[in-house]
Design a binder for this molecule. Structure first.
Ligand code: NAD
Ligand code: UDP
Length: 308
């Protein structure tokens, strides 16, 4: 198949391009390089089945493709808050442009949604049926509400125009090709520990997240796209839940060194807890994560050692 990946030079996008090419597909990757890097796909440039295009998804684009994966959007809070209006435009106009292309080409189209659609969840763990607890006017809203509108657009193009959609709600994912300055917690803690700097915990460190290794996530993406039983949304994530203090301690144990844990103010609207209910992924995709946190962290630490 010929497959378009938006945001294909980013952390998840570049890992997805690798997988799709490995499976024998042709891949067109479009990216504006806001948080993605050419180095993430440099090893693919000479592959005749791979094409890299600098393009911003808020502007329309035309390709003849069989499938579309829409991943373009900064995912790290400091990056999506840097230009909040642009983040909303990327989510909303990027979704409309992907859906318009899918409508014309009859391509199956995939939306990378997020656990952020649940906001600061009052139900734990979070099933897809939960409508969430999202602040519409806070500093995280550009991302959370942008992604929620994108889901709405996907469902409406499906209902109104019969577009063949798939929606995945991704929970915190980590692994090789995260940017060292990405700002998310796993990369921050590993880079800080490798450099012997203080490990910065925001708040009291008792807030929780559930961390999925990138290879597990990509397997879930491909399975969701292949199957025809559900269009989504489907949670993909690892239900093993850790506090940020536990994550800091595990990182210190694995990296070694003399870093100290320091506490910084908690950013506003930072969710207290997050853990996926993956019943639907198990049922429709026969999917469950296979890489435990310590194993995934070891692989990610090995990657960051080559980067810094
Ligand atoms: P990332 O920042 O590494 O990748 C995003 C990519 O999109 C980058 O290459 C960036 O340059 C590109 N991009 C941003 N705005 C663009 C625009 N207007 N036009 C074209 N390209 C643009 O982040 P990631 O972790 O790889 O996330 C990929 C997708 O998965 C995002 O949509 C994100 O919201 C979603 N997601 C990721 C996670 C996670 O834990 N990694 C969790 C939930 C959702
Ligand atoms: N966090 C932290 N130290 C950091 C970066 C993040 O304690 O250096 C916390 C952050 O406040 C949040 C959690 O780690 O509670 C996960 O943050 P991240 O930015 O990775 O993702 P998100 O909040 O979007 O889940």
């Amino acid at each position: 198949m010929r497959i378009l990946v938006t945001g294909g030079a980013g952390f998840l996008g570049s890992n997805l391009c690798d997988r799709l090419l490995h499976d024998g597909n042709e891949v067109v990757c479009i990216d504006n390089f806001f948080t993605g890097r050419k180095t993430n796909v440099a090893h693919l440039i000479d592959n005749p089945n791979f094409e890299l295009v600098r393009h911003d998804v808020i502007d329309p684009f035309k390709f003849e493709v069989d499938q579309i994966y829409n991943l373009a959007c900064p995912a790290s809070p400091p990056h999506y808050q840097y230009n909040a209006i642009k983040t909303v435009k990327t989510s909303v106009m990027g979704a409309i442009n992907c859906l318009g292309l899918a409508k014309r080409t009859k391509a199956r189209v995939f939306q990378a949604s997020t656990s952020e659609v649940y906001g600061d969840p009052a139900i734990h763990p979070q099933p897809e049926s939960y409508w969430g607890n999202v602040n519409p006017i806070g500093i995280r809203s550009c991302y959370d509400e942008g992604k929620r509108v994108a889901e709405t657009l996907f469902m409406d193009y499906h209902r109104q125009n019969g577009v063949d959609i798939r929606i995945v709600r991704i929970f915190n994912t980590y692994g090789p090709r995260m940017h060292p300055n990405d700002g998310r917690v796993v990369s921050n803690f590993i880079v800080q520990t490798l450099k012997g700097e203080d490990i910065t915990i925001y708040g009291d460190g008792q807030q929780s997240r559930s961390f999925c290794y990138v290879d597990d996530l990509i397997e879930g993406f491909v399975r969701l796209m292949k199957q025809t039983e559900t269009i989504g949304p489907v949670n993909i994530g690892n239900p093993s839940e850790f506090t940020m203090l536990q994550l800091a301690e595990i990182t210190l144990k694995l990296v070694g060194g003399k870093s100290k844990i320091v506490y910084k103010p908690l950013p506003s609207d930072d969710p207290r807890q997050r853990r996926p209910d993956i019943t639907l992924a198990k049922k429709y995709l026969d999917w469950a994560p296979t890489v435990p946190l310590e194993e995934g962290l070891k692989r990610t630490i090995a990657y960051f050692k080559t980067q810094i």
